[in-house]
Design a protein around this ligand. Structure first.
Ligand code: SF4
Ligand code: MG
Length: 317
């Protein structure tokens, strides 16, 4: 049932002589085959780092990622290659992630070449097929990335990811850099491709609004930890964690039926630096509901309703 299982994963980075940034600090959840799991959090919350750790671009400092039941570590070279093909990534800035000196056809074929999936005429046909799949045209293969708009470049990035026929894609803020008018088109494309190719997505964004429609479930991160995870509808209907409630209250018209009862919650201060995360609940310095206990004790990550997980001392269940 689960394609990806993340078990108490940490990813810490050394910073300077003797500092450590705990970008991902003990996260557990799982992604079902064929679902889209949305992942939201402010910049610095560790969501990109978590995404990269799950696709194996980073090695976890502690804990384990399992893909299709197998741990990512301890692979033979062949297994590793097979995994790398299965798990692909789409990036936020398609401009930075596409080599400006390469023709689009060759960019898309990077994986085809690396895994020797096709050569000559078959390779060319595959490139055309991929371009058409993402709404571009055969003649685009001969052009260079700078000749395309932001939305088209994101389509090129998507075609490149699809070229190796992955089963899992981490989309790291794939629409954040695009015009609002283009965002829905890229989301629709990703949804169509998911149906056609049977893909599983981890879809990262900095706000809830962007992941609401595409996600089956949504996880909310803060300072390297997961605060809450639930089905998209349930999270919007009944956010349990004070941080999720604050994010929800900031979405204009997110839920018209509750707009009057749901007051805008303004959080005090900025998120603390990941270099000096507060002890106890990482959210306690900004939480409107914080109690004394919150500053000293880390709340457990618990399933409070079926498939609804939360880390907060005040949530019963
Ligand atoms: Fe707020 Fe305490 Fe819950 Fe953390 S554990 S979210 S500080 S109430
Ligand atoms: Mg990021």
């Amino acid at each position: 049932e689960y394609l990806v299982e993340v078990q108490d994963v940490k990813k810490h980075f050394k910073s300077g002589a003797n500092q450590v940034v705990k970008s991902v600090d003990g996260i557990s959840f799982a992604i079902r085959r064929g679902e889209t799991l949305g992942l939201v959090g402010e910049s610095g919350s560790g969501k990109s780092t978590l995404g990269r750790t799950i696709v194996g671009l980073y090695e976890a400092t502690a804990g384990q990622v399992r893909f299709a039941g197998k741990p990512l570590t301890g692979h033979t070279r062949e297994e590793r290659r097979a995994f790398d093909r299965q798990a692909q990534m789409i990036f936020q800035d398609p401009h930075a992630s596409l080599n400006p000196k390469m023709k689009v056809g060759d960019i898309i074929a990077e994986g085809i070449d690396a895994y020797r999936l096709a050569r000559g005429k078959a390779r060319q046909e595959r490139i055309v097929q991929l371009l058409e799949k993402v709404g571009l045209h055969a003649e685009h293969a001969r052009r260079f990335p700078h000749e395309f708009s932001g939305g088209q470049r994101q389509r090129i990035g998507i075609a490149r990811a699809l070229a190796v026929e992955p089963s899992f894609i981490v989309a790291d803020e794939p629409i954040s850099a695009l015009d609002v008018s283009i965002q829905a088109q890229v989301v629709n494309l990703l949804e169509d491709l998911q149906r056609e190719e049977g893909l599983t997505y981890l879809f990262i964004a900095h706000d809830l609004h962007m992941v609401q429609h595409i996600s089956n479930r949504i996880g909310v991160m803060y300072l390297g930890k997961m605060m809450e995870l639930a089905a998209s509808d349930e999270l919007f209907r009944e956010p349990l964690h004070p941080y999720t409630q604050a994010l929800m209250s900031a979405i204009p018209g997110a839920d018209p039926s509750q707009r009057e009862t749901r007051e805008r919650i303004v959080l005090r201060g900025d998120p603390p630096s990941p270099l000096h995360p507060p002890g106890g609940c990482p959210f306690h310095t900004r939480c409107p509901a914080a109690r004394e206990l919150c500053a000293s004790e880390l709340p457990a990550w618990r399933e409070v309703n079926e498939d609804h997980w939360v880390a907060c001392h005040l949530v019963e269940g």
